[in-house]
Design a protein around this ligand. Structure first.
Ligand SMILES: Cc1cc2nc3c(=O)[nH]c(=O)nc-3n(C[C@H](O)[C@H](O)[C@H](O)COP(=O)(O)OP(=O)(O)OC[C@H]3O[C@@H](n4cnc5c(N)ncnc54)[C@H](O)[C@@H]3O)c2cc1C
Length: 421
């Protein structure tokens, strides 16, 4: 089986396929970029992501040496006062804490385990075209430079600008979501002593924007921040690349939004002013359109992860969704290996199950976008913070996110059992 993309979802899918002891579908990964290619900065793994990672023996201890585990996330107003606390993870509630980790470190662990287990990963293999031959036939792949390969299934885990998606659903380019992310980090020791004791991770919401400040190394000695901002103006790909490399412009964006004159506290100010120049990055957010189907009619070419459903990352759940897609899909392939005639119904059930899940996560993500959006004025911002306090204090984290963080792919096993009965 060919997996296109050695990102978070692609590597996890390969590990899940091996884990399910499926002798029929041996994964081979094709990745467009060179080995060790640069990655974005930090990523949060919600408890539902951790649950799936824990199914691969030995993975969690490796990650625990690299990432910062936490359960509580403090919401604060712009002057640093605590509004309320959200349970972002919890061993008691969900079996797992959440984790903040360098994306590069996470991916190195996943690709490292793939290599230990003998998964072939072919780098510098940019997929350009797909061709299917009949319902039962093999799928042919064409790569940049003219190389070709074939497989019985092709799973596109090739991210936001997926080539496989274009095959499955033509004219389905991703679009700019009107939002920008700005990230950076610094050693905790560089923070002024007056702010070192503020409990982290914390999310700061204020009249002019939103900033999350989160430890990002196992010991907490490195502190990262990210701000997701409404930013209507779109740019060409070259212009976005230009902004990514213009560190002074990124700092200016931060200082304009999080100035002391707008009441932002010392800690937020220090992050904007002191974060190391080379750590400052900007990320325009793109989303995938709603696809009529995630598979080709034969069900032999399909998409998952961001290729199928890239969202704005305001819920911190894109990787979780990709991991869940992968684990459910490994069950599909196990089933199909044993009963090939069920391919259509089982793949259809997978897509329906995952789309239902996606809708729930999308709601959560959109609500978070609203919470983070700048207030229209001081009064409305105050009301928004009051509503946040009411929601977290009286509705509670469990009712807000329990279904999201508590998800277990066993739910899909039940769907498969129902199909059989
Ligand atoms: C700024 C930012 C912050 C985020 N923060 C979080 C967070 O905190 N928590 C969270 O859960 N999610 C977060 N996300 C979302 C998360 O990063 C994605 O949902 C996740 O990486 C999706 O995994 P994937 O494997 O589907 O795609 P990707 O990780 O994008 O991997 C796709 C892979 O396919 C390769 N590829 C692309 N085209 C081709 C081709 N033609 N041929 C071969 N290979 C190809 C790419 O090089 C890449 O390696 C964030 C996203 C952004 C942009």
């Amino acid at each position: 089986m060919a997996i296109i993309g050695s990102g978070l979802g692609g590597t996890l899918l390969a590990l899940q396929l091996l884990q399910s002891q499926n002798p029929t579908h041996t994964p081979v990964i094709y990745e467009s970029r060179p080995e060790g290619y640069p990655q974005g900065q930090h990523i949060s793994l919600a408890p539902n992501a951790m649950r799936i990672l824990s199914h691969i023996p030995g993975l969690i201890p490796k990650l625990q040496n690299l990432g910062f585990e936490y359960e509580k996330l403090h919401f604060r107003n712009s002057n640093g006062g605590r509004i309320a606390t959200f349970d972002n993870g919890g061993v008691d509630a969900y079996g797992f804490p959440a984790m903040r980790i360098h994306r590069r470190a996470l991916l190195e662990v996943l690709t490292g385990v793939c290599e230990e287990k003998g998964v072939e990963i072919w780098y510098n293999m940019k997929l350009e075209g797909i061709q299917e031959e009949g319902q039962e036939g093999r799928v042919k792949m064409r790569f940049q430079g003219g190389e070709e390969a074939e497989a019985d299934f092709v799973v596109g885990v090739d991210g936001l600008h997926s080539v496989v998606r274009e095959y499955v659903a033509p004219n389905s380019a991703s679009s700019y979501a009107g939002m920008l992310g700005v990230t950076g980090y610094l050693p905790r020791e560089k923070l002024h002593s007056s702010v070192k004791d503020i409990e982290l991770p914390s999310h700061f919401v204020g009249k002019t924007g939103f900033m999350a400040i989160m430890p990002s190394s196992a010991s907490g000695d490195e502190v990262g921040f990210f701000s997701t901002m409404e930013h209507a103006e779109t740019k060409t790909r070259e212009e976005w690349d230009g902004l990514f490399h213009d560190k002074e412009a990124i700092r200016r964006i931060l200082l304009e939004r999080f100035g002391r004159r707008d009441g932002w506290c010392e800690l937020v100010g220090q992050m904007c002013e002191t974060a190391e120049e080379e750590s400052l990055c900007s990320w325009p957010f793109f989303i995938a359109p709603k696809l009529p189907s995630w598979t080709s009619p034969s069900r032999r070419v399909l998409v998952m992860g961001d290729a199928a459903h890239a969202l704005i990352p305001t819920g911190g759940l894109g990787a979780s969704l990709a991991f869940e897609d992968a684990e459910c899909l490994s069950r599909v392939f196990k089933h199909v290996a044993e009963q090939p005639e069920t391919l259509d119904s089982v793949m259809g059930a997978w897509e329906a199950h995952r789309k239902e899940r996606l809708a729930l996560v999308q709601q959560f993500t959109n609500r978070n976008r609203e919470i983070r959006a700048p207030g229209m004025n001081a009064l409305l911002q105050h009301l928004k913070e009051w509503a946040l306090w009411v929601a977290l204090s009286f509705v509670g984290s469990d009712r807000i996110a329990g279904e999201i963080y508590g998800y277990d792919t066993k739910a899909f096993e039940e769907v498969l059992k129902d199909l059989e009965s």
